[in-house]
Design a binder for this molecule. Sequence first.
Ligand SMILES: [Zn+2]
Length: 357
Amino acid sequence: MIRLPGLIDPHVHVREPGQTHKEDWDTATSAALAGGVTTILAMPNTKPPIFDKSTLDLALDAAKGKARCDYAQFVGAGPDNADIAASLAPKAAGLKMYLDSTFGELRLNDMTLWMPHFQKFPKEHPIVLHSESRTMAAGILFAAIYDRPVHIAHISLKEEVLLIKAAKERGIKVTCEVCPHHLFLTTPSPNSEGIGGELGRGRTEVRPRLATQEDVDALWQNLDVIDCFATDHAPHTVQEKDSDNPPPGFPGLETLLPLLLTAVDDRRLTMDDIVQRSVINPRRIFNIPEQPETYVEVDEDSKYEIKAQDQFTRCGSTPFEGWQVKGRVRRVVLRGKTAFEDGRVLANPGDGKNIRE
Ligand SMILES: [Zn+2]
């Protein structure tokens, strides 16, 4: 049995408020504990999106009653909320800016709308960018111009990891995260087993898209450039994923640690790599307080098959269905209390704390 500190997942879509048929604060935090994650940072593109005080309170009220692990909630950057977002910084996980995809109140159609956020959001609080490829380069230029840290969400491409490496070498304050699905999956071929093949194209839909083997190899070869592992846990129901218009996103909270532990067994990672990227670096980048008496007990020799039916997430699928993994979360202790043990979530709704309170 190995003991790890409680993991931090800085990128989770809880789906509440607004889409609780996919997930809510109860099921998302249950999935987190089952995966050895004791702190989640929740993304703001809910319905409604979190972009001012009343919507932030909506999310935090739901979390207060239901969360079983610790959490903080991001505020989203919109076209005209830079002052409000900056004023909410101490209460929020940070500011999330969607620079590629555009939706509703969080659309940022041109760079003049990025500027007030970079000017006003307090430098000691994190800004996280959804920015792919050349947009990411623009985001890093903003970090340099405004001389403030930015964190790039879910990098997936060779060009991205190489540019971040170069930016870090120049002293630009940029950090980044990578998701397990971009480390372990590639663009599927239509006749492949599992997702993309028998499970259908909709099951492969995710943003950023799954990339090529060359991209995946570049992420592994430049692991020292990658600051955090993040799941981008983004559940949708099986019906939605298998529909004619499948939404992008995968669940990930329950498969993160087993996949990483399997990579340790394969000698592609070390335990220290996991602790650095899932505990120490996210704690520093996102100003996350230490959780006293909090740890995860892992049976590193336990082999099992990943099955969606065993998961606590409400969405009923996983892109890793049928994968054999080695390394099982046995017990999670959160602030001195057993929160998960042998497949059962023991923490109660409301046991989770808002780390910004
Ligand atoms: Zn996301």
